[in-house]
Design a protein around this ligand. Sequence first.
Ligand code: MG
Ligand code: ZN
Length: 221
Amino acid sequence: MTVKVLNISEDILGANKQRAEENRQRLGKHDIFSIDLLASPGAGKTSLILQTINSLKDEFRLAVIEGDIASKIDALKIEHHGIPVVQINTGGGCHLDANMIHMALDNLSLEKVDVLIIENVGNLVCTADFKLGEDKKVLILSVPEGDDKPHKYPLIFSQVEAVLVNKIDVLPHFDFDLSDFSKTVYELNPDVSIIPVSCKTGEGIELWVKWLKDQIKTSES
Ligand code: MG
Ligand code: ZN
């Protein structure tokens, strides 16, 4: 008896890539710069988005897509700031895919958006595999998670353009070696930008905003 093996993951990733390319072109047509924000649950994705909204809202028209397994808690926080937001509930799915983003884009007035922030589902594993059509992938790693994460989740650290180290206000209370961490990340991804921030105190946020504005400017030219 022969066993038939279906290589689902390759097919899924292939179809996703095509859909992501459609999204990318659609966003490009509207001159929208987009980031896909990746992190573990609780690393501070929504807090960073709120800080970013504060810093950019006078200069750019923003929109947010919130990805969560369930609930609209994060979307309500964004909406509270008057920013257009679409909540995707994956119903158990551990990552966003390009199809979900396609549907979310149908629910935004794209002609009124300059910068789109996508908050992915909290997960350091498969979120790295799925292109959504974004310009840049950005990872947030928070101090309490530990400086060993690049060793344990090398793929995601190698796939992103910036790594934000959040919650640096609690550095004194944790054995988190920032220079050791940075060294490991640069080994995986020599071109990455590492930006230490605290969404709580606001420390480092101006560096993040500068990085983001530089990317937006580069994408326009
Ligand atoms: Mg969140
Ligand atoms: Zn997943």
